[in-house]
Design a protein around this ligand. Structure first.
Ligand SMILES: NC(=O)c1ccc[n+]([C@@H]2O[C@H](COP(=O)([O-])OP(=O)(O)OC[C@H]3O[C@@H](n4cnc5c(N)ncnc54)[C@H](OP(=O)(O)O)[C@@H]3O)[C@@H](O)[C@H]2O)c1
Length: 250
């Protein structure tokens, strides 16, 4: 693959960094979105040392000015965008677990600012550049905890999880994915949600049983779908089906 540019938000660590590494390994120019310049530059260095054509792009998904500046940089330097991976995400805004009865609006808002509103801001800022690419792909990094079907299945491994802010933010992200896919169905752009599975990263104090690299495989698969590939799906690791990859229910 040549002359293909991918922007990954939250690419300075975890699944985002692994996604940048893998897309860079495919020959894409990877734009390393990071809100902290030091962490972004360190990731850029690490990726370049590994042979990737990587470039740090300052990008805080909750800051509209930062997003607009990133879009301007992509337009002036690259003219178009082939792949957008909306990967940046947070699990807690204030350190509380988020049981429904204990959840505050402030907690909800904090998580939604990044996981939901940030995705809308970034996607809409980059969409004109994605439309210029011959076959753009948008990957929204979601989670099976955003699937109402999974979370209410009495046989699911997640049956004991009773938390509102993060899971509901991913439910909203799933709906965003479905609606963007619908709006863009007559274009070459494909929009899908990724379920990386439970990966050991800072997000969960490294309790996940999969590696960030394995989680990134899901985003990379959706970022490189062929022309006849699907759009508007939640796809990835299927814990309740005994592992393996496939479509998850919304
Ligand atoms: N790990 C899992 O088991 C798992 C499972 C399902 C889904 N996911 C999803 O996978 C994605 C990546 O998570 P991860 O596990 O790799 O977590 P992580 O290691 O904590 O990485 C999260 C990344 O998002 C960035 N970020 C947070 N807020 C941001 C903002 N406002 N603007 C720009 N970047 C921001 C972080 O930057 P800083 O370093 O500056 O904080 C970091 O680069 C998230 O969307 C998460 O919900 C993870």
């Amino acid at each position: 693959m040549t002359n293909t540019t991918a922007l990954i938000t939250g690419a300075n660590k975890g699944i985002g960094l692994a996604t940048a590494r893998q897309l860079g390994g495919l020959g894409m120019t990877v734009l390393v979105g990071a809100r902290d310049a030091e962490r972004g530059r360190a990731a850029e260095r690490e990726l370049r040392d590994g042979g990737a054509d990587a470039r740090f792009v300052p990008l805080d998904v909750t800051d509209a000015e930062s997003v607009a500046a990133a879009a301007k940089l992509v337009e002036s330097e690259y003219g178009r965008l082939d792949v957008l991976v909306n990967n940046a995400g947070i699990i807690l805004a204030d350190g509380t677990l988020g049981l429904p009865s204990e959840t505050t609006v402030a907690t909800m808002r904090g998580v939604y600012e990044t996981n939901v509103f940030g995705v809308v801001t970034v996607t809409n800022a980059l969409l004109p550049l994605l439309r210029r690419a011959p076959a753009a792909r948008i990957v929204n990094v979601s989670s099976e905890v955003g699937s109402i079907a999974v979370m209410t299945d009495p046989n699911s491994a997640l049956v004991e999880l009773t938390s509102v802010p993060y899971p509901s933010s991913k439910t909203a992200l799933n709906m965003l994915t479905a609606m963007y896919a619908k709006e863009l169905r007559d274009t070459p752009i494909k929009v899908n949600a990724a379920n990386p599975g439970y990966c050991a990263t800072d997000l969960n104090s490294h309790h996940g049983f999969r590696t960030p690299e394995q989680g990134a495989e899901v985003s990379v698969h959706l970022a490189t779908l062929p022309a006849d590939g699907p759009s508007g799906l939640l796809w990835g690791f299927q814990m309740d089906a005994g592992g393996g990859y496939g479509v998850l229910p919304w």
